[in-house]
Every structure is written in C-alpha cells, then in structure tokens.
Write a protein that binds this ligand. Structure first.
Ligand code: GN1
Ligand code: MG
Length: 553
C-alpha cells in the first residue's frame, strides 16, 4: 500500500471514530445494532467491500444498509458478493477484525496485512479499473446518513466508485448486483420488468378454466416491500391486491406488523381484523426478504391466525415443480436422460410435519445450519434446489447447466404439447424467482400463480399437512458460546451431559422433538420443541429451557 493510500484511510477513519467499547460480530446476517453506534462499522464495511471488488477483478459488490425485522431504531449492514449471494464466509473474520479495530492506526495496519495476504492490488496500476460498490438501503430514517458513511469508506480506497442505488429491498440489491456482473440489464426497472414478464408467462400457461382471482391482502411491515409492490402493481395482471402497512399510513416499521411478528406470535398484524376473515393474506419483513401467508379462520378465532410459513411455501413450490418434472417424464426429466435432481433444504426449525410430507412426496430432503448462506450452499448441489427457513426466507435455485438444458429442451419440443408447457413453466419459474437470495416479492408472485394453477384457496393449500404444535423460547445465559452443537444443530455436544437430559425429556412426549443452539443474531440460547399437542410442546420447551438454565445459568 503506498503512502497516499495510507493517508486516505487514516484521514477518513479519523473523521468517523469507533464508539467506546463497541464490539460487533458479522453474525448470521451481517452487522446489526443500535443505528446511532454504527457509523464507523458501516464506513469500515465500505472499505471491505471496495477491497472485495478489487480482489475479484473489479466485479461489482453490493452493500445493503438494513436491519431487516429489527426495531426501527436499529440498523445494520450486509455485503453481497458478485454472484448476488452473501459475502464469502472466508472474509467474515476480517470483517469482524476491522469493525472492532479500536484506532485508525490499528485499522490501517489490519487492512495492510490483509491486503498483502490476499494479494489485493490496491492503489497500484492506476490505469486499471478500480472497485465498484452498489449501495442500497431500506426505509429506516438512519439509512441515509449511514449510506454516506459507507460512501466515505468505499472512496477512501483510491480509485473506487460507490453508486447510491437508493431505497431498495435487500433481494432487489442482490438481484441487481448479480445481473450487473452477468452483463444483463440491472436497473430497478429491469428487476420489475423481469418479475412481471415471467409472472405473465406463468399465468398464460395455466390450464384452462382454473383461474379464479380472489383478493390478496399484503402486510408491508411498514417497510420497503409494501412500497415496492405498490410501484409494480400496475404491471401485474391477474392479481387483486390490497396493500396495507406501507409505512405511509403512520405505522412504525416492524411494530406489531410484518412476517417475523406474524410467524412468531401467530396473531394478526396491526391493520388487519375480523372484517378480513377467510381472506388470503401475506406478510413481508422489514427488508422484504421473508414472506409468510396467513388467514383468519373465523370470527370466533379472535386475533389468532392460521399461519402458512416457509415450510408450507416450500411444500407448495416443491409440489408444483415436481408436477412439471413428472409431465416431462421420469426418465427424460433430467439432463442427459438422467432423472432431474430436485432437492429441498430445511433447517432444524422446520416443522416435523413438513419434513414428513416432503419425504412422502419422494423428495430428497437435506438439512443445513440456520442462516441462509448455509441453505443456499446446500441447495446449489441440486439441478433444482428449493430452500426455506421456517421464518419465510427462501428461494428456488436452478443450476446454470440445468437452465441451459431446459432452454434447449424448450426449443426441441413441439409447441403446445404438455411437455413443452411443463418446460416453459420451469424456465419461467427460474426467471421469476430470485436466484440470488430469498425474495418476498418474487416468492409472493410464485405462490399466487401456483394457487391459480392448482385452483386452490388458501385453506386448501393449508391442508397439505397439519403443522405439529411447536414452541420457541429464548434463554439468556452468561455465555451462549458454551453451547456447541453437531453440524445439523439438532444435538448439543457441549455442555457435557445436557443432551442426555434433553433426550430424557423428549422421551416423555408423543412425537416429541427438541434442540438447543446459540443464536447467531441475539445474545441468547434458543430452545425449540414440538410435540403432538400444544400443551406438550410448551411443557417440553420449558423443561429444556430449565436444563439450559441449570447447566449454564
Ligand atoms: C430461529 C430463527 O428464526 N433464526 C433466524 C435468526 O438467526 P439466529 O442465528 O437463530 O439468531 O436470524 C437469521 C437472520 O435473519 C435467520 O436466518 C434465522 O433463521
Ligand atoms: Mg429480512
């Protein structure tokens, strides 16, 4: 690193000092915390993303300022790699180091060491293209000033360019970064056009007489997602949409609204009530990368809802895709005459009834650790990999080679034949559904078109299987890292002896299942339990929580 580069980093970092005692970790989903404390973190991640771009031949990197479903006073920052996926996990330790460096001097020496180790050509070869970083933010009031801090970080790496893409959903930014690096149209308009074109294509392929359009109510969590779907509704035919909680009606982001609230509490979000009984409703989270559906079953159900979570969305997608593969014919359904490899990926939090259902369908069910980066990686091992967390984050991944195969097949088959329609549906799904990350907007459009295709109401969809009653509890302990689990997170290896205790509790219940793991986003140990009745699930969760307290409290 030459002197002018060192001076540039020192000068800018002196302008944005780190708050006393701040200690952050990149965690399951980037850095998150009280927005007031994050300026130095965001500035430093700006530097990191410029370095990441340089390392990868000046490919465009994305930087998203959001704290998703957290309260409005929080904010956070996540990095998108050139593929549109999450930042490579290999760079997370460096992210932690620079975010926590206590002085400009320490920061610069960490950067210097890293740049040498990774052989990043920084400040050299002036003719070469510099780094390019695209910045997006959600609707949080703190987003604008944090975005300025990120810009300062990016431009303190000499020759780098930061481009402000404005207010976006997290999946929009990931999609745009991916498209840009593939040399495709990558504006927000391109994103909207892509969604509406592939949605229309799927609508046009619905078998005759099945289309019945009923109202869909959308809860935008008072965040960016409601505003974006409102922007594109004009180009969406075959949908009767009513959007609530757009944030323009005075509601607060994520407060009593949104996918996280509805999934965890299983009650109606604000702005919804008994006049909506039986109506199909969808909730986004604060940055619109999660989607859940719900409905109020009857006037006597009070504020309780029937929840259709990520597992049920996954099941619907799997069923539809399997139907198309069956139409294509088993032997001929895959590349080079082999069967297509369709797989689904869940986490330990998936409801046991959903896993049973998927296995009954004859599907290959794989498990990954909590956190989208883990599920995504696993899903990429299949020709078509569908992954979802129970909380509604997920997507359908198509491998590049499988898409090439599908497109060739589409050309080969006779137009109008059932096989041609099935292939065309799969191609349209691969265009519609976000290939970079889970995306509430594209997920919603896929759910809607599948329901129309099947001729199903939300109740009918809900009947695919019945969720086992479950309970989640957070337990605060002095040191959550004392809990160490197996790779699938279903058994605790440490503290020694706790798993025997958990097993003994599970034994007491019909269809009992329980596990513990340290959260990657909060300072708690999470307890999950399910059993054949709600009382049993609650009681099992409570006894496991007691075990956690007695071993770690
Ligand atoms: C049980 C649960 O919902 N865990 C969430 C939560 O992670 P934890 O590591 O459990 O805190 O936040 C992650 C990021 O949003 C999300 O990927 C994950 O599913
Ligand atoms: Mg989110």
């Amino acid at each position: 690193m030459d002197q002018s580069q060192i001076a540039s980093l020192l000068n800018s970092s002196e302008l944005i000092p780190i708050p006393e005692g701040l200690k952050l970790s990149y965690g399951t989903a980037g850095f998150r915390g009280d927005a007031k404390l994050l300026e130095s973190t965001v500035y430093r991640v700006g530097i990191l993303s410029a370095l990441r771009s340089l390392k990868l031949g000046s490919a465009t990197i994305g930087l998203m300022i959001t704290a998703s479903h957290n309260q409005v006073s929080d904010n956070g920052i996540k990095v998108s790699d050139p593929s549109g996926g999450m930042l490579s996990q290999e760079w997370e330790p460096f992210a932690d180091q620079i975010a926590n460096a206590s002085s400009p001097g320490e920061l610069v020496s960490l950067i210097r060491e890293f740049v040498e180790k990774e052989e990043i050509a920084i400040g050299e070869e002036k003719k070469k293209k510099g780094a390019e970083v695209w910045l997006g933010r959600d609707t949080r009031p703190s987003g604008e000033s944090l975005l300025r801090a990120a810009e300062i970080g990016v431009s303190s790496v000499l020759g780098s360019v930061a481009i402000d893409m404005g207010i976006l959903t997290t999946p929009q930014l990931h999609w745009m970064v991916r498209a840009k690096n593939k040399g495709l149209g990558a504006t927000e308009n391109d994103y909207f056009e892509n969604l509406s074109t592939s949605f229309k294509c799927l609508i046009d392929l619905i078998p005759n007489n099945k289309v019945e359009i009923s109202k869909l109510l959308v809860d935008g969590a008072n965040g960016v997602g409601g505003q974006k779907i409102e922007e594109m509704r004009g180009s969406l035919s075959n949908l009767d949409l009513e959007i609530r909680n757009t944030g323009r009606e005075g509601g607060v982001l994520n407060e009593g609204v949104g996918a996280d609230f509805v999934q965890k509490e299983k009650v109606v979000p604000l702005g919804f009530g008994l006049s909506d009984v039986g109506v199909r409703c969808a909730s986004f989270d604060g940055d619109a990368d999660r989607l859940v559906y719900f409905y109020i079953p009857s006037v006597s159900s009070g504020n309780k809802v029937e929840l259709l979570d990520g597992d049920k969305i996954l099941s619907l997608f799997a069923l539809f895709i399997k139907e198309q593969l069956n139409t294509l014919g088993d032997g001929d359904g895959g590349k080079e005459g082999k069967k297509s490899r369709l797989g689904v990926v869940q986490t330990a939090y998936a409801n046991g009834a959903s896993t049973d259902y998927l296995k009954q369908l004859g599907l290959d069910v794989a498990f990954a650790k909590t956190g989208v980066k883990h599920l995504h990686e696993k899903a990429a091992e299949f020709d078509i990999g569908i992954y979802f967390e129970a909380n509604g984050h997920g997507t359908v991944l198509f491998s590049e080679s499988y898409i090439t195969w599908l497109v060739a097949k589409q050309k080969e088959l006779t137009q109008g034949s059932e096989e041609h329609k099935a292939v065309s549906r799969l191609v349209a799904v691969s265009n519609l559904i976000n290939q970079a990350v889970g995306d509430a907007l594209s997920g919603l459009l896929l759910v809607e078109v599948i329901l129309q295709h099947m001729g199903w109401s939300v109740e009918k969809w809900n009947e695919l299987y019945e969720d086992l009653p479950s309970r989640q509890i957070k337990v605060e302990v002095p040191d959550r890292t004392a809990v160490v689990t197996t790779s699938e997170e279903t058994e605790a290896l440490k503290p020694l002896g706790i798993q025997d205790g958990i097993n003994a509790e599970i034994e007491k219940y019909t269809r009992g299942r329980a596990f513990i793991r340290p959260s990657g986003t909060e300072d708690v140990v999470r307890v999950y339990a399910e059993a054949s009745t709600q009382e049993d699930a609650d009681s099992l969760a409570n006894s496991v929580a007691q075990l956690v307290k007695s071993f770690l409290g």
